[in-house]
Design a protein around this ligand. Structure first.
Ligand SMILES: Cc1ncc(COP(=O)(O)O)c(C=O)c1O
Length: 403
């Protein structure tokens, strides 16, 4: 049998067969392929900081390597990193944050923390609530676990999730809700009081919650940085926080994140992780400890630059005919509604994203992959200069479309 024939007959498992490839990684791949052929691509698709990892963090990794910290670590991570995570939360968010060692574990990125949390909780037949628009990976993990994603529509509140919307979506089969604030892709930040109300609904109905706080630090005033770790202990009893170093410290390639969850949930996640990746990379754990223990001015500098780009971008998008863009309050994405400019052969946001690549070599991400057809995601985790070039190209296309 030839290699091709074998590939065609490969009996892919049902669980993986049902998965859709990540549309955000797909856009990134497209950009890379075009760039490799010498094309001047403007990539506004990537959910990845354009900054380098701060020097003191890299240095900690070099020191760890030189000191021979290249062996397995405990499944939940080194004591050094666990302590750094707990200290960081206490220092940054106050004494009310009372997590302890059996409740913290290091993971290979925030993504693994979410995988661990879902797979150690849900069963086939369970329903998992996912507010729209959602990060593409959430429904895939839920389906992989044999459970059913139930999407919560939030367009009526301009994508701001409310406790009332959550309450309406709960059925006797609901087991879990996955919340992501600041949100990828919408940039929405749930108000602390509304977040608390949502967790009250979770507690009343005896379900569980995952709070994906991957963009924790990315809230632009008047929105406030808020972690569910500051909620009352009785509301945290059913909550798993998934955290990440990827975006905050420009460490996407280091694959390092963590979870904070009740001891029993963490114990189940440790069991699962011990049979999958064992532990997060030892060297990355040292780097991550330095990130949380070290000075935070590197984060402030990056945030100031994101804010500058965001201001410029919002102004520029408001001038595009047929587009509507509410103000993103967090993360590093704008999520305009482009339905007002769709016409002729360009009927969907996917058609529009394809047209941008084909005609002006500019990559944005189609909102349909996030459950929001008619929207596109524009990342401003790229230099202001490239952002300006990209938006100029987008304007050209829209103007030519609407005549
Ligand atoms: C909303 C959200 N959660 C989690 C992650 C996972 O981040 P990582 O696995 O790199 O920590 C991402 C990355 O894009 C994200 O956008």
């Amino acid at each position: 049998m030839t290699t091709n024939a074998a590939a065609k007959t490969f009996p892919v498992s049902e669980a993986v067969g049902k998965m859709r490839p990540s549309s955000t990684l797909g856009a990134m791949q497209k950009a890379l392929t075009m760039r490799a052929t010498g094309v001047d691509v403007v990539d506004l698709g990537a959910g990845e900081p354009d900054f380098d990892t701060p020097e003191h963090i890299k240095q900690a990794a070099v020191e760890a390597l030189q000191a021979g910290k290249t062996k397995y670590t405990p499944t939940g991570g080194t004591r050094l990193l666990q302590e750094a995570i707990l200290d960081y939360y206490r220092r940054e968010f106050g004494a009310a944050v009372s997590y302890d060692f059996p409740e913290v574990m290091a993971t290979a990125g925030g993504k693994q923390a979410i995988f661990n949390a879902v797979l150690s909780l849900v069963n086939p037949g369970d329903e998992v609530l996912i507010p729209k628009p959602y990060w593409v990976t959430f429904p895939e993990i839920v389906t992989f676990a044999g459970a059913t994603p139930i999407f919560i529509e939030t367009e009526e509140t301009e994508f701001e999730l409310t406790a009332e919307q959550v309450e309406r979506a709960i059925t006797p089969r609901t087991k879990l809700i996955i919340i992501n604030s600041p949100s990828n892709p919408s940039g929405r930040v749930i108000e602390p009081r509304e977040f608390e109300r949502i967790l009250e609904v979770v507690a009343e109905h005896n379900i569980h919650a995952i709070s994906d706080e991957c963009y924790l630090r990315f809230a632009y005033a008047p929105a406030r940085v808020f972690t569910a770790a500051t909620l009352a202990p009785e509301l945290r009893a059913r909550l798993c926080i998934a955290g990440s170093f990827s975006k905050t410290y420009a460490m996407t390639g280091w694959r390092i994140g963590y979870s904070l969850a009740p001891a029993a949930w963490t114990k189940a996640m440790l069991k699962l992780q011990s049979h999958s990746t064992s532990n997060a990379t030892s060297i990355s754990q040292h780097a991550a400890a330095a990130a949380f223990n070290g000075e935070q001015s590197c984060v402030a500098r990056m945030l100031a630059e994101y804010e500058r780009r965001r201001e410029w971008l919002l102004g520029a998008l408001s001038e595009i005919p047929g587009w509507r863009c509410f103000q993103p309050e967090g993360a590093f994405y704008a999520f305009p509604d482009i339905r007002g400019c769709l016409r002729g052969e360009v009927r969907t946001s996917g058609d529009f994203a394809d047209k941008l690549i084909d005609e002006v070599q500019t990559v944005v991400t189609d909102g349909a992959g996030f459950g929001a057809e008619g929207f596109i995601r524009i990342s401003y985790a790229t230099s202001l200069e490239r952002l300006q070039e990209g938006v100029m190209r987008i304007k050209q296309v829209v103007e030519q479309m609407i005549g």
